[in-house]
Design a protein around this ligand. Structure first.
Ligand code: NAD
Length: 349
């Protein structure tokens, strides 16, 4: 299998293939770019159908982290790792230890955090073997402490990002009375819905799990709809907070919302869907810009956590988005394309 000539290979600095016979570890660590600092990104464990799929995933995701961190003004580069295997049946302490030793061998060029298939507990366990993991410490909050889970910061950043999009598209600062559809009320989506409700927005929500929907209905007065109904609602904002590729040929024609702004990663099925949204006059807040609260949270843990500094940094998502929106408007380009250009300027591609 070729690597250098894969379409997902984008001038990556280093790609490391790690294996350990005893534990069965097969992992790939990709450092895309470290101009701004050590490469930080999640460690995903997934039963990839084949090795090429795993290589492509780690290359694509690590590149994305370079753009996300640069855009969020972090002194971090972009990296990601994947462990090939089923996290439910193949994730053993031996395997995590072997992976942690591989991290240690990279001397901090790559720092791992939890991702799909791994947990904060897994990262904490790995600290026995390496210091190069992040997102593991409890953090002070207004009413006690919370775990290393970055979701609250992601939700707060998404809330701030929705406000920036509303300012740009609707010319107002208040969310009072705005109609907002939230797709997925999990860790991020429910927290976001709470903030939107507190700001006076009227909510429509969907999920494939019933428990959180019932909570949203009772606690936030949200209207619950079926998963396929969320796209076509007559709302002001559509906030995807469930899964990727939700902006595609099937869903975009249904959208009545004038703004798409949510926390999901990789919302555009293909870059051309960003053009499609622009043509329809729908303002799209680029996913990696609006959902950067989580990586900002992890970064602050590394530099010595101060709650006020974290909040101020996450609030910077507002200005980042306004800069993108303004440039996209003036240059008549899709917001995602403009975001990439700004990120590239920042990391010095
Ligand atoms: P989560 O798993 O807690 O929540 C996702 C929710 O979406 C779940 O409740 C799930 O049941 C629901 N869902 C799944 N498929 C659905 C469908 N077809 N229709 C409607 N709902 C569906 O995950 P999360 O941590 O809240 O993350 C949400 C999104 O934000 C993900 O795309 C994630 O990659 C992205 N994100 C999260 C963070 C973070 O800090 N947690 C950071 C950046 C990006």
């Amino acid at each position: 299998m070729a690597v250098f000539s894969l379409s997902d290979f984008a001038d990556h600095e280093q790609v490391v293939f790690c294996s350990d016979d005893k534990s069965g570890l097969k992992a790939i660590i990709a450092v895309h770019n470290s101009n701004l600092g050590p490469a930080l990104g999640g460690c995903r464990m997934w039963p990839y159908a084949n090795e090429e799929e795993a290589v492509r995933d780690v290359l694509r995701l690590s590149r994305g982290m370079t753009y996300k961190s640069a855009m969020a003004n972090l002194k971090l580069g972009g990296g990601k790792s994947v462990i090939i295997g089923n996290p439910r049946t193949q994730k053993t302490p031996e395997l995590l230890a072997a992976f942690a030793r591989a991290l240690e061998n990279l001397n901090g060029r790559y720092i791992a955090a939890e991702d799909s298939g791994t947990s904060v507990a897994d990262m904490k366990y790995m600290t026995q073997f390496t210091q190069h993991v992040a997102g593991i410490h409890d953090k002070p909050t207004e009413d006690g402490t919370r775990s290393g889970d970055p979701s609250p910061a992601t939700a707060f950043g998404t809330f701030i990002g929705i406000k920036a999009a509303v300012r740009e598209k609707l010319g107002r600062d208040s969310l009072e009375g705005l109609k907002i559809a939230v797709q997925g009320v999990g860790n991020v989506g429910f927290d976001l819905a709470q903030q939107l409700h507190a700001a006076g927005a009227k909510l429509w929500v969907t999920d494939i799990h019933k428990e959180s929907l019932a909570r949203a209905e009772v606690e936030l007065g949200a209207t619950v709809v079926a998963p396929e109904e969320i796209f076509g609602l007559d709302v002001d904002v559509f906030a995807p907070c469930a899964l990727g590729a939700v902006l595609n040929d099937q869903t975009i024609p249904q959208l009545k919302a004038r703004i798409v702004a949510g926390a999901s990663n990789n919302q555009l099925a293909e870059p051309r869907h960003g053009v499609e949204l622009m043509k329809r006059g729908i303002l799209y807040a680029p996913d990696y810009v609006i959902n950067a609260g989580g990586i900002i949270d992890v970064y602050h843990e590394r530099i010595g956590f101060e709650r006020a500094a974290l909040i101020a940094h996450v609030e910077g998502i507002y200005d980042n988005l306004l800069e993108i929106f303004e440039r996209a408007r003036k240059e008549e380009r899709p917001t995602g394309e403009v975001a990439d250009a700004i990120a590239e300027e920042r990391f010095g591609r």
